[in-house]
Design a protein around this ligand. Structure first.
Ligand code: BG6
Length: 489
C-alpha cells in the first residue's frame, strides 16, 4: 500500500460537543504551536445547531485557554490557529447538506472526517459521506469508541465502514494508546534486553492491571447505563493494556505487525463459562459513600432508578498460549474507587531456594515490576537488598525499589503533559494506523467480552454493592485470594 498523503483538513462532526472542546481543539492548537500542522491545514467543525462564527471561535479559545493553564495562550499561534477554524451547521446524516462541508473544504484533497458523535450516527454519516462524494480514496475517517455494544453491532458498523473506506483509511480510537506511558510499555519491553527473557511463565507468577477512577458516572448515566464497566472500559482500554503486556515481539513498528500480535493475544484469551463467571469475575455497583472527603451519592441515585449495570468489574483472565500458560492476569476497573490509578504490576516468582540461614524462601519478597501509567508516571522494580547494619543470626533483608520517575526525568521548563489525542491526530494526519484498533481486533475483543456478559446472564450474576470510596465489593478480594495472591494497594 502506497504511503498515505499528508492530510490537509479535518472535519470534526460533533464539533460543538464536549469531546471536541475538551480534547480535540486543544490538541489541534498544541500541534499547531509545535509546528505539526501542515501549512494551509483547515479545521471545520460541524454540528446541528446554528452558531455564529465569532461565538464558535470564542468557545474554542476558552477551551484552549482552560487546557493550556497555567501557561497563557500564545497570541501569534492563536491567530494562525483561529484562521484555520470554520464552523458549519449541518445534519451530517443528510448527503445533500454535506455540500456545505464540501464548500468549506475548499478543494482539500485528503480530508480527515472525525466522528465525535454518538455511535448510533456512525452508519448514517458514513453513508452520507459516500453519497455526497466526500469519501475519496485519500480521505480518512476517525471513530471514537464504543464501536458497537457487542460483536453483532460492531460488525454492522464495521461493515458499513468497509463499504465506503479501505481498512487503511479507518482510524478507530482507543485514547489509551495515545498516552505516552502506554506507548512507553512498548519501549520498556522491546528497547531493553533485560526484561524480555524473563517475560514468561517460567519467571512471572501473575500480572495485575488496575484502572481505578475516583469520579462517579454522574450525568453520563444515559450512555453508561447501557454499557457498564465491562463494555466501557474492559472491552477497550483494559484489554489494550493486557495486549501490550502479553503480546509477542512484533517484527517492527509497522501498523499491521503490531496489531497482528495484539489480535493473537485476544484470540488466546480463555472464554468464560457460566461456572467461570462466579469464580473468576466480580461485578459491583457503588452505593453512597465518601470520596475525596465528601459524601457522594449512589449510582442508582444518579441514575434516578434501580439499575443492573456494573460500575466495577474484577476478572481473572487466563491466556492460553505457551508464554502465559499458568500465569493468571487479574484485571479490575471501576468508578468511585479510593484513588485514581492506572497501574500494571508484573509479579515475578520467588527464588527457588533461600541461602539466608534459617530464612524460608517465603520470607524473601519476590521481585515485582510496577508500571504506573497515571496519574504518576513511574516505573519501579522491587529488589531484595541487605538492610545496612549488623545483625546476629543471618543477614537482614529488605525489599527496595529501583525507580524511574518519568515525570522527573523529563521535566523541564517547556515540558507539559501531552493530551493523548495530540499523538493520535498527528498519526491520522500522516496516515499511520499503528496506534489505532483494527477491525479484527475490535471484533475479537467484543467476542470475548460478549462471552463474559453471557456467562453473567446465565449465572444470573447481579452487581454487588460497594460503598463509594472503597476498592469494590468483598468478592474482588476473594477472587484474587482464591488464587493465593492479593491486590497491591
Ligand atoms: C473513557 C470512558 O473511554 O475513558 C470513561 O468512557 C472513562 O468512562 C475514561 O472515565 C477514562 O479515561 P482516562 O484517560 O481519564 O483514564
Amino acid at each position: 500500500m502506497a504511503k498515505a498523503p499528508e492530510a490537509d483538513a479535518i472535519v470534526l462532526f460533533g464539533g460543538a460537543g464536549d469531546l471536541a472542546l475538551r480534547m480535540l481543539f486543544p490538541s489541534l492548537y498544541f500541534l499547531d504551536a509545535d509546528g505539526f500542522l501542515p501549512e494551509g491545514f483547515r479545521i471545520i467543525a460541524v454540528a446541528r445547531s446554528e452558531l455564529a462564527a465569532e461565538d464558535f471561535r470564542r468557545q474554542v479559545r476558552e477551551a484552549v485557554e482552560t487546557r493550556a493553564r497555567p501557561v497563557a495562550v500564545d497570541e501569534a499561534v492563536w491567530s494562525r490557529f483561529a484562521a484555520r477554524l470554520d464552523y458549519r451547521a449541518v445534519d451530517a446524516t443528510q448527503a445533500g447538506e454535506l455540500k456545505v462541508v464540501e464548500a468549506a473544504l475548499a478543494g482539500a484533497r485528503a480530508p480527515i472526517f472525525y466522528l465525535a458523535l454518538s455511535p448510533s450516527l456512525y452508519i448514517g454519516v458514513c453513508q452520507a459521506l459516500w453519497a455526497s462524494g466526500l469519501a475519496t480514496p485519500q480521505s480518512r475517517i476517525v471513530l471514537e469508541k464504543p464501536i458497537g455494544q457487542n460483536l453483532e453491532s460492531s460488525r454492522e458498523i464495521n461493515a458499513a465502514l468497509a463499504e465506503v473506506f479501505e481498512e487503511e483509511q479507518v482510524f478507530r480510537i482507543d485514547h489509551y494508546l495515545g498516552k505516552e506511558t502506554v506507548q512507553n510499555l512498548i519501549a520498556l519491553r522491546f528497547a531493553n534486553t533485560l526484561f524480555e527473557p524473563l517475560w514468561n511463565n517460567l519467571t512471572i507468577d501473575h500480572v495485575q492491571i488496575t484502572v481505578a477512577e475516583t469520579e462517579g458516572v454522574g450525568e453520563r448515566w444515559p450512555y453508561y447505563d447501557e454499557y457498564g464497566a465491562l463494555r466501557d472500559m474492559v472491552q477497550n482500554h483494559v484489554l489494550q493494556l493486557l495486549c501490550l503486556v502479553a503480546m509477542e515481539p512484533p517484527s517492527d513498528m509497522d501498523a499491521d505487525s503490531l496489531r497482528n500480535e495484539k489480535v493473537k493475544v485476544l484470540r488466546s484469551l480463555r472464554p468464560f463459562t457460566r461456572h467461570e463467571a462466579g469464580q473468576s469475575s466480580v461485578r459491583g455497583q457503588y452505593v453512597a459513600g465518601v470520596a475525596g472527603g465528601e459524601a457522594v451519592a449512589a449510582y442508582e441515585a444518579e441514575r434516578g432508578q434501580p439499575s443492573a449495570t456494573e460500575t466495577f468489574v474484577a476478572l481473572r483472565v487466563d491466556i492460553d498460549n505457551w508464554r502465559w500458560a499458568g500465569v493468571p492476569f487479574f484485571l479490575r476497573t471501576g468508578k468511585r474507587l479510593p484513588e485514581r490509578r492506572t497501574q500494571i504490576a508484573i509479579q515475578f516468582k520467588g527464588v527457588p531456594h533461600s541461602i539466608f540461614g534459617g530464612q524460608a524462601t517465603t520470607d524473601l519478597t519476590a521481585n515485582r515490576l510496577v508500571i504506573d501509567l497515571q496519574p504518576d508516571e513511574d516505573i519501579e522494580l522491587l529488589l531484595m537488598n541487605k538492610a545496612p547494619g549488623l545483625s546476629q543470626g543471618g543477614m537482614r533483608l529488605q525489599s527496595l525499589p529501583l525507580s524511574l520517575s518519568l515525570l522527573k526525568a523529563y521535566s523541564g521548563p517547556n515540558s507539559r503533559r501531552r493530551i493523548a489525542y495530540e499523538r493520535l491526530i498527528l498519526d491520522v494526519i500522516h496516515g499511520d494506523n499503528a496506534l489505532f484498533v483494527r477491525r479484527d481486533e475490535v471484533e475479537q475483543a467484543w467476542r470475548w467480552v460478549d462471552g463474559v456478559a453471557e456467562a453473567w446472564d446465565e449465572a444470573a450474576m447481579a452487581p454487588r454493592p460497594y460503598p463509594a470510596g472503597s476498592w469494590g465489593p468483598a468478592g474482588a478480594f476473594a477472587l484474587i485470594e482464591r488464587a493465593g495472591r492479593a491486590w497491591y494497594e
